[in-house]
Design a protein around this ligand. Structure first.
Ligand code: ASP
Ligand code: MG
Length: 443
């Protein structure tokens, strides 16, 4: 069935399925969870426990941890230069083997546990994607074969991260893409829940390595999750969150390092449930989390004439070079001149800077182009911000009390972000976490 027509309307509430009754469940296991034969055996025991409780199980594993990097590293040794379409095709051929191996190993482990199981590569399902090698997008999933095996009482393993395009070429979905595979399979099959087993036990108010008092959220709205994922909280691949939102897939992030034989009801309620807007939010905090991101760099085009078309000429050239822009600010003009600043990913920084210095600035008659890579973006995120005033000012006060200078600000309905000097990142995150009472248990 095509995903466009498979909206799981009955899941609009995102309500947890009754664990006692028979449900269709998708499990996704990350690379660390699949990292050794011992861990794969543990995954098999956990999956078998769910299947024996009467549920139908589709499991989407990542490659064993480090495997995708290892494979892509080999390719890099042979072809360190720029990528071509022909090379990208082979990179997908190569990288897809990681998931093929882990999937087969999991099926073997399940069979050894006495549980019928079969694994399918993306092309065998098939999971149809577009042809954008190394970053393909899923277009449709045919679930017939999977359904037949489930009906026959088997656990079905579907390789993560990969698919096949219309011409029969193997594609991959971008790094971290097996999250998206799992959510897409869950959407296409209208699964009762998609459980993402990973090496953390849920979504936290912020990174516990920065703020030890960070708390696990029992629920987080999908919109908040989307903002957090886009801002460097790398629990889930962002595409998978977009997918979950679009198709209303009930999604839960939970730990794969609990003992495999813990009570299934306890397991089903652990971790963080990603909920939908119309749900009653269990935790009514205005700000749900603090996200931060060290991946950006700032560029300013100084002294450009303040007249129509300037933003277009600067950002148009950047977009044409396929460079994504995040935050943008333009100062008010003084003597008919203005400064124009924006942020890009650090990987694109040098390219963007050269482009502006060599081509754009001279054409505009700008005074100079300056850049700074030692910045970070810190954001407060919460759907409660929609209905509360004074949240941004509270953020700015907390930062000013720490003597932290704000270089740029951007806001959306449910988040406020600031760019600050990189060296104050941890201080800022800690101050904001405290200012918004995120270290206190939710009321
Ligand atoms: N194995 C792929 C990667 O390392 C996909 C994934 O693990 O989600 O990016
Ligand atoms: Mg991952």
């Amino acid at each position: 069935m095509t995903l466009q027509t498979s909206v799981a309307a009955e899941h609009a509430s995102g309500a947890a399925y009754p664990v006692s009754s028979m449900a269709l469940i998708v499990h996704k296991y990350g690379g660390t969870s699949m990292g050794s034969t011992e861990r794969i055996r543990n995954v098999a025991k956990r999956v078998a426990k769910w299947a024996r409780a009467g549920h139908q199980l589709v499991v989407v594993p990542s490659a064993m941890s480090g495997e995708t990097n290892r494979l892509l590293g080999l390719a890099k040794e042979l072809a360190p230069a720029k990528s071509s379409d022909a090379t990208n095709r082979e990179l997908d051929m190569l990288a897809a083997t990681g998931e093929q191996a882990s999937s087969a190993l999991l099926a073997i482990a399940l069979q050894a546990e006495g549980m019928g199981s079969v694994s399918y590569a993306g092309w065998q399902v098939p999971i149809l994607t577009n042809s954008a090698y190394t970053k393909a997008r899923i277009q449709s999933i045919d679930d017939q074969r999977i359904r037949a095996d489930l009906a026959a009482g088997k656990v079905v393993i579907v390789t993560g991260f990969q698919g096949i395009d219309g011409e029969g070429h193997i594609t991959t979905l971008g790094r971290g893409g097996s999250d998206t595979s799992a959510v897409a399979v869950a959407a296409a099959m209208k699964a009762d829940e998609c459980l993402i087993y990973t090496d953390v036990d849920g979504v936290y108010t912020t990174d516990p390595r920065v703020v030890p008092e960070a708390r696990r959220l029992h629920t987080v709205s999908f919109e908040e999750m989307l903002e957090m994922a886009s801002m460097g909280s790398k629990v889930l691949q962002i595409r998978s969150v977009e997918f979950a939102g679009k198709y209303k897939v009930p999604l839960r992030v939970l730990s794969s390092f609990t003992p495999w034989d813990i009570d299934i009801n306890e397991e089903a309620r652990s971790g963080t449930l990603i909920t939908f807007e119309e749900d009653e939010k269990m935790e009514q905090a205005v700000v749900s989390g603090i996200a931060f991101n060290r991946d950006e760099a700032k560029i300013s085009v100084v002294g450009v004439p303040d007249k129509p078309g300037i933003a277009y000429q600067i950002l148009g050239a950047v977009a044409e070079a396929n460079i994504e822009v995040d935050m943008i600010i333009q100062n008010i003009s003084k003597d008919g001149k203005t400064d124009f600043s924006f942020t890009v990913n650090r990987n694109d920084f040098a390219r963007a800077l050269d482009l502006l210095k060599d081509k754009v600035a001279p054409a505009l008659g700008a005074k100079e182009v300056i850049g700074d890579t030692k910045i970070c973006k810190v954001s407060i995120v919460g759907i409660g911000m929609r209905s509360h005033v004074g949240i941004a000012s509270k953020m700015f006060r907390a930062l000013s009390e720490e003597g932290i200078n704000i270089q740029m600000i951007s806001t959306s309905e449910i988040k406020t972000s600031v760019v600050i000097d990189e060296k104050y990142m941890e201080l800022a995150v800690r101050a904001l976490h405290k200012a918004f009472d995120l270290d206190q248990p939710a009321a």
